[in-house]
Write a protein that binds this ligand. Structure first.
Ligand code: SF4
Length: 720
């Protein structure tokens, strides 16, 4: 980015779209460089660099263990410039460069320079907590003692006093919570009422059972807001007011997207956003753009509210309501049953069938019936004064409007932009619709300065990777990611950057990909599959024996994980913790606390977990993770690519699988002192032509194919 561009952009900064803050609390570090009354439009690029450099100087002075990393400082400088420019900046930061400090220092500086709010959105609530409890407090101490920041969670994570009263009044909690948890809950609610905690799920060391929490957490459809008896002391609204006075909001992708697709009414206004673990925003976006309804949706809605309406509405109004509702239930049922009959004949193995073209199934009756009830409810709402009844009516109206939108999708049947499918899940039939073009939906709504960062955003689609960064970036290293997340039109606008890992993989680790195992295959069964699994388990046991524990084994199938658990326990005298048996958090805690143990995990362990030191010295990835071919979104996107004569496997499946593999790979080496080995037990990497592409997308380190060679290198380099 050159200075000329930067200055021309800063002079044309758009109108503020965030709340502004009085900058009376300028931190001393910042004041030394920028006079508080200096017009930001007079700032030059070198002023911004100076702010970032000075912040890092303070950090390195105050933290004895901190190591200056030029890439980290450069990344931070560029983030600040791009936020100031209100531009889109996509940056891959390899493991170990310290991307959290890089973006947080830039975010703090930006907020003081602009006087505006920034949202940091990350993938999981645990990562939010890490930023809130660890990263920001350490920077706050030395850089900005009066910095205001808060964590924002989706509203159903907050305790609702009104629902609590209702649940305990009606005794609905019985059977959902044990006596000991109930006692814990009582103490916790006393603390909330006494103002001693924030009243959200993450205040608790051990969460309450989900079914119970669903009854006492906030119900966004049922909350009457400022008409509620407890509004002034409501935890959720108190949290929202704290967000309003914070310079930095730490959100998660799900909440951020919910806010974006709901008229930006949940989070306060902001003028910059940093997406950490940005690769995760795509799957989050897809799930938010998926609408799912079942044959029983309308009947369930009635069950939920019927008794309240019967008690609240005048007899005549209730009877009219009941007649209309019964008609709606009937037409809804007919519509869904027609689809079920139509699709069931062609259900695939997974009880699912994509709807590829319009059928002669009429949704108009459903729409008319929904419209009639919505109009009636809107009329009742106008006349109703009782806040309790209004609350119920508004909740029903909201749910019915969502159902109307869903029916409209089925009326238009736009199979170019949307994917439709039917599926039977636990004996219920569902219809789905999902928007395929996340980028087209997302980019018009993202009008603020944006930074997208993660250790795995880029993908090199050829078998030789350029050694130099410019060639990599010019060769379209981020093309697939940008197309999917932001749409093709953003290719030219987004600025891209890349910083490799600061770890010396060649010294710290060795990669083992055996060539003697059979390749896993989709849908294979019988003898070949049994043999594959037996060989795989033998290999896993052998590798754990070699490392004597300290091993994380990653699976793509729950069945295989459970099998491996049994076999390892039988054959090796080591503690084994399984994510499926103990839950992700507890299994990880036990693994960290037990030397030489084994941790078995599926999807959620492939990314985000952080175990440093000798405790994790062997990472065993049983198989590359590919999206199942029956996935409707994958199928629909594949068809679009085939029409353009492009190969869906190379354009969608392989890049995603490589990204997941890189994420998994990143679990082994978490610090400069970590050493160990990574085993990928998927011989397709040797057998298939695409294997070379898989390898160029992994960090470069010595690779062996035989376990004896692995043993030798480990001994020679003292890796475990
Ligand atoms: S305002 Fe809403 S969330 Fe808060 S206590 Fe009342 S109903 Fe519950």
């Amino acid at each position: 980015m050159n200075s000329e561009n930067f200055e021309s952009s800063i002079n044309s900064r758009p109108e503020k779209n965030s709340d502004t803050f009085e900058n009376a609390d300028f931190p001393p570090w910042y004041k030394k460089i920028i006079s508080p009354d200096r017009d930001i439009e007079s700032l030059e690029e070198k002023d911004l660099d100076l702010i970032i450099d000075s912040a890092f100087e303070i950090v390195s002075r105050e933290y004895p263990d901190y190591q200056q990393r030029p890439d980290q400082i450069m990344m931070s400088r560029n983030i600040l410039k791009n936020l100031m420019n209100q531009s889109v900046y996509i940056v891959e930061a390899g493991t170990g460069i310290g991307k959290s400090f890089a973006y947080l220092i830039a975010v703090i500086a930006y907020s003081y320079l602009s006087g505006e709010r920034v949202v940091v959105s990350t993938e999981t609530k645990n990562l939010q907590r890490q930023i809130l409890k660890k990263d920001l407090p350490s920077l706050e101490n030395f850089l900005a003692p009066k910095l205001s920041y808060e964590m924002a969670l989706g509203s159903s994570n907050y305790f609702c006093r009104l629902r609590h009263d209702e649940v305990f009044h009606e005794g609905k909690f019985r059977d959902l919570i044990s006596e000991s948890d109930l006692e814990r809950y009582r103490k916790w609610t006393e603390e909330i009422i006494g103002g001693k905690n924030h009243g959200h799920m993450f205040d608790m060391e051990k969460p309450f059972p989900d079914d119970f929490w669903r009854l006492v957490g906030r119900d966004p459809d049922g909350c009457p807001g400022n008409k509620c008896l407890y509004f002034s002391s409501c935890n959720y609204y108190r949290a929202k007011s704290d967000w309003n006075s914070s310079r930095i909001i730490i959100a998660n992708h799900h909440l951020f997207l919910y806010n974006l697709f709901n008229d930006k009414r949940t989070l306060p206004l902001y003028s910059g956003v940093v997406f950490d673990e940005a690769h995760g925003l795509i799957s989050g976006g897809q799930s938010i753009l998926t609408h799912k309804f079942s044959t029983d949706t309308i009947r369930d809605l009635n069950k939920r509210f019927e008794s309240k309406l019967r008690k609240s509405l005048p007899q005549e109004a209730y009877e009219e309501w009941a007649a209309n509702w019964s008609n709606l239930e009937m037409v809804w049922h007919v519509f869904f049953s027609s689809w079920e009959v139509q699709l069931a004949m062609n259900f695939e193995e997974n009880n699912r069938k994509i709807i590829s073209e319009k059928q002669n199934i009429d949704v108009r009756e459903c729409l008319l019936s929904l419209e009639k009830i919505c109009t009636d409810i809107s009329d009742y709402v106008k006349e109703e004064e009782d806040s309790g009844i209004l609350n119920v009516l508004n909740a029903i109206l909201k749910a019915l409007k969502k159902a109307m939108l869903f029916c409209q999708y089925y009326q238009t049947m736009n199979t170019e932009k949307l994917v439709y499918w039917g599926e039977k899940i636990d004996s219920r039939f569902y219809l789905f619709v999902c928007n395929l073009n996340l980028g087209d939906e997302l980019s018009p709504l993202l009008t603020e300065g944006q930074v997208w960062t993660s250790a795995t955003l880029g993908y090199w689609p050829f078998d030789k990777r350029p050694a130099n960064k410019d060639a990599l970036l010019k060769g379209g290293y981020f093309r697939d990611f940008i197309n999917e997340a932001l749409g093709e039109t953003m290719q030219a606008e987004a600025k891209v950057d890349y910083y490799g890992s600061s770890f010396d993989y060649a010294r710290q680790a060795v990669l083992y990909i055996p060539d003697h195992l059979a390749a896993p295959a989709w849908g294979s069964s019988g003898g070949a599959q049994e043999l594959y699994e037996r060989n795989l388990m033998d290999e896993v046991v052998e590798l754990i024996r070699l490392s004597n524990g300290g091993a994380l084994v990653l699976f793509t199938s729950n069945y295989q994980l459970n099998q491996a658990g049994k076999i390892i326990r039988e054959k090796l005298d080591l503690e084994v913790f399984s994510q499926l048996e103990l839950g992700a958090d507890i299994a990880l805690k036990k693994f960290r606390a037990t030397p030489d143990s084994v941790l078995l995990g599926t999807n959620s362990y492939w990314q985000g977990i952080d175990v440093t030191g000798r405790q994790l010295r062997a990472l065993i990835i049983t198989k590359m993770m590919f999206t199942p071919p029956g996935d409707p979104i994958l199928q629909a996107r594949s068809k679009i690519l085939e029409k353009k004569n492009q190969n869906p496997f190379m354009k969608i499946s392989l890049p995603k699988s490589c990204m997941m593999l890189r994420q998994a790979f990143g679990r082994l080496i978490r610090s400069e002192n970590d050493t160990g080995f990574v085993a990928i037990l998927d011989s397709r990497i040797h057998q298939k032509a695409y294997g070379k592409i898989v390898l160029v997308n992994l960090p470069s380190l010595p690779m062996v194919k035989k376990i004896n060679e692995l043993r030798e290198i480990i001994l020679k380099n003292n890796l475990i």
